[in-house]
Design a protein around this ligand. Structure first.
Ligand code: PMP
Length: 351
């Protein structure tokens, strides 16, 4: 740290991203990327746009906003695209939290929420999940706080029904409820269809997972036009050209190639169920994941040990050095071949 770094960041612990090795020796099951290539249409549109990188990108993201609005059945002023959904989450926190309105989320959830709270100097409450790692709805009634709810949750993969999500939105009429649907395409129900019913609902999604665009950095938020306007105010105050030309073009291609996305999600769901059955036969216990990962533990080996043993065998998974999570590993669903390789190695390790 330099002597110039502001003391306002004294309490800030930055987010630790999963390992991103630069060689391809690993089977990479640690950061919930898609094992399937980006849509060729997205790649083609992005490559054409590369010829125009001399020019700034469109700050209004006009063509992608039109495409996204049409795709999700919302108006153009009800959707905003961002540099990954992390940016949308940060904008939402900046917009809807302050020293009177704090944030609230589960103790076990996406690790970025506490980071953006401390970055923006926002106090937050972490509500413990129940013993079975599900949410207690009663914890989220009349909170008087801005609610961050990942659905499905990370790293458990457990999803709330839309009915329960709606209860939380209804239970906080004077606060914004941000439903982070990064993994929704793998088996949960989206709250997008509720945005015309509730002025306090903001849905955040990403193209990183189901649309194989993690490296493109493209997320979006959908909500009533007033909420979206607030996020736009912050976007224009921090990074007006937040979606670069190639990424915008890739996003359009990815939305047009919807059948490809759905086919990939279906394969991931099937491989997830297959892997879960195999691991369970080996004595693993796991949550009922509706995401593109499995959250599993075994009473013979800790999360960290399994992570290390798999890494020695060129397979990367993720473990969490956090109370209640140390027994688990989070395993991203890859191709069937990758999961078979994982299962073979896990058998060896358990021997
Ligand atoms: N929300 C959740 C729950 C996540 O796990 C992630 C991925 N790390 C994100 C949001 C952010 O994804 P991205 O910025 O790539 O859109």
């Amino acid at each position: 740290m330099s002597k110039f770094f502001s003391s306002k960041y004294d309490a800030l612990t930055p987010y630790t991203p999963g390992e991103q090795p630069r060689d391809s020796q690993y089977i990479k099951l640690n950061t919930n990327e898609s094992p399937y290539e980006t849509s060729l249409k997205a790649v083609e549109y992005a490559s054409k746009e590369a010829l125009k990188l001399r020019l700034y990108s469109d700050p209004e993201v006009t063509d992608l906003v039109a495409k996204g609005a049409d795709y999700f059945g919302v108006a153009k002023d009800e959707i905003l695209f961002t540099n990954g959904s992390d940016e949308a989450l940060n904008f939402a926190l900046m917009a809807f939290c302050d020293n009177k309105t704090e944030a609230i989320f589960p103790d076990i959830t996406y690790g970025f929420y506490p980071v953006i709270c401390s970055l923006n100097n926002i106090k937050y409450t972490e509500k413990p999940l129940k013993e079975d790692l599900t949410i207690d709805l009663n914890d989220y009634m009349n909170t008087g706080k801005t609610v961050f709810l990942a659905n499905p949750n990370a790293p458990t993969g457990i999803a709330l029904t839309l009915n329960d999500v709606e209860k939380i939105i209804e239970g906080n009429p004077n606060n914004v409820v941000i439903v982070d649907e990064a993994y929704v395409d793998f088996g949960a129900e989206s709250a997008v269809k509720l945005i015309h019913k509730y002025d306090n609902l903001l849905v955040v999604q990403t193209m990183s997972k189901s649309r194989s665009l993690a490296g493109g950095r493209l997320g979006f938020a959908i909500g009533c036009k007033e909420l979206i306007q607030d996020l736009n105010t912050l976007k224009y105050s921090t990074n007006p050209y937040n979606v670069n030309r190639m990424t915008m073009a890739a996003g359009i291609g990815a939305l047009e190639d919807d059948a490809y996305m759905k086919e990939n999600c279906q394969k991931i769901i099937e491989v997830r169920e297959y892997t879960a059955a195999e691991l369970s036969a080996l004595g693993f216990k796991m949550t009922d994941s509706k995401a593109n990962f499995i959250f599993a533990k075994h009473d013979k080996i800790s999360g960290e040990q399994l992570y290390m043993e798999l890494k020695k065998r060129n397979i990367l998974v993720r473990y969490f050095n956090k109370p209640r999570l140390t027994e688990y590993v989070r395993i991203t669903i890859g191709t069937k071949e990758q999961m078979d390789a994982l299962i073979t190695q896990v058998k060896e390790i358990l021997k």
